[in-house]
Design a protein around this ligand. Structure first.
Ligand SMILES: O=P(O)(O)OC[C@H]1O[C@H](OP(=O)(O)OP(=O)(O)O)[C@H](O)[C@@H]1O
Ligand SMILES: O=c1cc[nH]c(=O)[nH]1
Length: 443
């Protein structure tokens, strides 16, 4: 476990000091302090960004049905649907005169820069005006549609996976797959009814543009999909699985919105570094023994790590890699399922009240253990706002318990899971962490 929590990016330079922890970089290497601050704020922003889903697939493959089913099942969330069709370029008079020669299924038919601009704004919490494209006039209406940002943004369209910049903004990519004959039959029905087109025109357009564009541009983007949904009427199983995943991810968003003290770091590599990034520091310059100038940072206040025995000890190596010589204290709490915890042992730095405390425990289940440990730290005079709880897997129940009781304690975790089972184990989770890490399970 410690191996994947280790710090590769942060170099510790001053050793054997439990008073000063200075980690930095050579003067040529840029500004670590700035990088750390940037990393922290970027990650915080990421957490609050909407969940963006791309839904691609051939024309009339069932994308809209899948999107509607997702929207219906996410009824407790704010969802907005943005259709790539809204970003068709207006046809010029000349193109209008030869409209049957115009390829609406080619990537160049879309104003992708405008689409990118709109999604980028929504992603950063701003409302946008999305154009209203009229298929009868082949032009955007004068009035646009005001779209507010939401918890979930669904971006639907035949070619939404085509541009890598759009793809990169998506948290989940779904490709709706339907046989060519099914797509053609549905297209004929839809275009005659909804767009007032005649069958000959539809078939000409299909063989001339739609089919070649599907083969050349749309089908090749299927490989980018995280999920391929075979369209056969209403695919409830696939949509249920998708919605379940979104709910789990939104659970994180919701908890982070409720509790500004919770930070979810997408990679377990960065839990320790991110935690350190919350501490106040000053930039410091030193001359190394070889006479080079070295710029790093120095924490304003003394630090210590406190691990909750046993599992918290698995995080000590990572902490020591970042802060060599750091004082580490211990707390042992006997956990009995969901019942009261018993404090068995503690060994804390005498001057702990004057330190920032990084509390280490990879699992936050019911939260009882963490609440006991934090209560002990407060009894010893540690300021609540000087405690950062570093964690790998947390259950929503544990987060509620700690955040409600200690709103000023920061929690840095790498995953918020679904919940707890009847044995108070985190689910899906990883079972008994300590047994797995120390090899004391029966398997
Ligand atoms: O939030 P809670 O429901 O209180 O559970 C979390 C506690 O459970 C685990 O320890 P465990 O008791 O399994 O001991 P171990 O680390 O020694 O294996 C974990 O490391 C936490 O300390
Ligand atoms: O899932 C859990 C809950 C508490 N402790 C663990 O090790 N795992």
């Amino acid at each position: 476990m410690a191996a994947y929590m280790g710090s590769n990016s942060v170099k510790e330079v001053l050793e054997n000091s439990d008073e000063i922890h200075f980690y930095g970089h050579h003067v040529d290497d840029g500004k670590l302090g700035n990088r750390m601050l940037q990393a922290t704020s970027e990650t915080e922003n990421d957490i609050r960004e909407p969940f963006i889903i791309g839904v691609a697939g051939g024309a009339a493959s069932g994308k809209t049905t899948v999107c509607n089913m997702i929207i219906q099942q996410l009824c407790d969330q704010r969802v907005v649907l943005v259709n790539q069709d809204s970003f068709y370029y207006d046809l010029t008079e000349e193109k209008m005169n030869h409209v049957h020669e115009y390829n609406f299924d080619h990537p160049d038919a879309f104003d992708i820069e405008h689409l990118l601009y709109c999604v980028e704004k929504l992603r950063h919490g701003q409302a946008v005006d999305v154009p209203n494209y009229d298929f009868r006039t082949y032009k955007r209406n004068l009035s646009s549609r005001k779209v507010n940002t939401s918890d979930v943004i669904i971006l639907e369209g035949i070619l939404v996976f085509h541009d890598p910049r759009v793809r990169e903004m998506m948290n989940m990519k779904i490709f709706v797959d339907a046989d060519a004959d099914v797509r053609l039959a549905r297209r004929i029905k839809r275009d005659t009814l909804e767009k007032g087109r005649d069958i000959k025109t539809i078939l000409d357009q299909y063989s001339k543009f739609v089919k070649p564009a599907f083969d050349d541009f749309i089908l090749p983007t299927k490989k980018y999909a995280d999920i391929i949904v075979p369209y056969s009427g209403d695919n409830y199983v696939a949509v249920n699985l998708i919605v379940q995943h979104i709910h789990t991810k939104l659970g994180q968003h919701t908890l982070c919105k409720i509790y500004p003290s919770v930070f979810v770091i997408q990679s377990t590599f960065q839990v320790v570094e991110h935690g350190l990034g919350h501490l106040p520091f000053n930039e410091k310059q030193i001359i190394t023994p070889t006479g080079s100038i070295y710029i790093g940072i120095e924490f304003c206040k003394k630090l210590c790590g406190i691990s909750i025995i046993r599992s918290g000890e698995s995080m000590e190596t990572a902490l020591r890699e970042c802060c060599k010589g750091i004082k580490i204290g211990k707390i042992l709490i006997h956990r009995q399922g969901d019942r009261d915890q018993q404090l068995i042992y503690h060994n804390l730095p005498e001057d702990i009240a004057d330190r920032n405390v990084l509390l280490l425990d990879p699992i936050l289940g019911t939260g009882n253990t963490a609440v006991q440990a934090i209560s002990l730290l407060l009894q010893k005079g540690v300021q609540e706002s000087n405690i950062i709880f570093l964690n790998l897997i947390s259950a929503p129940q544990g987060l509620h318990a700690v955040c409600k009781r200690f709103p000023r304690v920061k929690i840095v975790t790498s995953e918020i899971e679904l919940g707890l089972n009847s044995n108070s184990q985190v689910v899906p989770g990883m079972g008994e962490f300590g047994d797995r890490y120390f090899g004391t399970n029966d398997d």
